[in-house]
Design a protein around this ligand. Structure first.
Ligand code: MF3
Ligand code: CO
Length: 249
């Protein structure tokens, strides 16, 4: 069941989204060679608490941290720890938090120091894929138009989209209906309506779309060991148009 949000609920979604977006910008400033992912996790926890937020991931199905940090061939759900970021790595940072009971969820994949031209392209294309998905978020379209547009674009660029994990509705819970796949046929299933809040989150692989989960039960990696990128924003549909709730700049 898709839960449509009232104008006053959308105002609360704006607040949680803005804090999540601001914390991502704070993290971006701190990403450089030598930083441990655990440090980024600690900073995120502190910033959320200072801002009156409840971290959304911590304790979710037993997840042990505030953020997910997914390096290189890690696709999503990497657990922060003692690993040190190195020059040339890419790191996906995914964060989510509740403010006054409403959730914001967003992710960016950042370069660590100087990265190769081919990885720069992977990041650019994945961010563009997110933006192309968001462009489909308007009244008159269907949820499936988002995935169709993302998949078509990504495959044209010579990459693959991950199918085993999808975007989602979001509100009082981090994960609500509908699922928002990054693939599929256009113009079928649920229509996009005012009051919907959606987290779009394309995961783009350099190689095949096959993934597997590590022994830790969380970290998703590419099956072929090639690199992967992930960008996510929470959007609200207001007066027929998408408003990006987590993008500050
Ligand atoms: N953005 C991710 C999602 O929508 C983050 C969840 S990580 C978890 O599923 F640890 F909380 F599961
Ligand atoms: Co999400």
């Amino acid at each position: 069941m898709i839960i449509l949000k009232s104008k006053s609920e959308l105002e609360l979604m704006r607040k949680s989204g803005r804090i999540v977006g601001q914390v991502l910008l704070e993290l971006e400033k701190r990403i450089r060679p030598g930083v441990k992912t655990r440090d980024l996790d600690k900073i995120s926890y502190e910033l959320f608490i200072e801002n009156g937020c409840v971290p959304a991931f911590l304790g979710y199905h037993g997840y042990p941290a505030t953020i997910c940090s997914s390096i290189n061939e890690e696709v999503v759900h990497g657990i922060p720890g003692d690993r040190v970021l190195e020059e040339g790595d890419i790191v996906g940072i995914d964060i989510g938090a509740y403010y006054n009971g409403y959730c914001g969820d967003a992710a960016r994949t950042f370069p660590v120091g100087k990265i190769s031209k081919s990885l720069e392209r992977l990041l650019t294309i994945t961010f563009q894929a997110l933006n192309i998905g968001i462009q489909q978020c308007h009244a008159g379209n269907h949820i499936s138009d988002i995935g169709y547009a993302i998949q078509s674009f990504v495959e044209q660029q010579g990459y693959s989209v991950v199918k085993d994990y999808v975007g989602h509705g979001i509100g009082k819970a981090m994960h609500e209906d509908p699922q928002v796949p990054n693939y599929g046929e256009p113009h079928v299933g649920s229509e996009i309506l005012d009051g919907m809040c959606l987290a779009l989150e394309p995961m783009v692989n350099e190689g095949t779309d096959a993934v597997k989960v590590l022994e830790d039960g969380w970290t998703v990696i590419t099956a072929d060991g090639k690199y992967s990128a992930h960008f996510e924003d929470t959007v609200g549909i207001i007066d027929g148009q998408a408003e990006n709730l987590t993008r500050i700049k």
